[in-house]
Design a protein around this ligand. Sequence first.
Ligand code: NI
Length: 174
Amino acid sequence: MLDPEKCCMTRFPAPVLAERAQPIETIDETIRRLAARMIDLMIEFKGVGLAGPQAGVNLRIFVASPDGTRENTKVYINPEIEPSGPLEAVEEGCLSLPGLYAKIRRNTQCTVTATDLDGNRFTESAEGLLARAFQHEFDHLEGKLIKDRFSRIQQIAARHRLRELMEEYENPSS
Ligand code: NI
């Protein structure tokens, strides 16, 4: 049974981050509380987006804010994504991989179709950082992290930090 208020920031290598998230069947009170909790976590950790698996929940939901503010944060349930435009490599980080930054190639534009908390399907087009955030958060729902998009050289550069995160996960107190 999902207890949204107990959800907390989930970091690599938690298994939920590598799983494909499941569709949300019904938007009920629990899902609304989960969305509120995810927004709180995104604001607390100063992100511009947060996906269900990052809150430890294997469900297809993400929240995103073009400027990282609470008032501009929107909820995207069961999203579909259509990237477009040229590819561009821009430095990205991830709240689930703290301390790791790397240039990731993504499309400069995308269109997202998702369901809101009232159950209405809507479509939104974005470019620049928001388009990047949508693609990054959608990756989370597919069980994919930025490290899975690293080039061979980026993987080598990240090895030490990934090992540290694995050790922190095994020994949370240390
Ligand atoms: Ni992320």
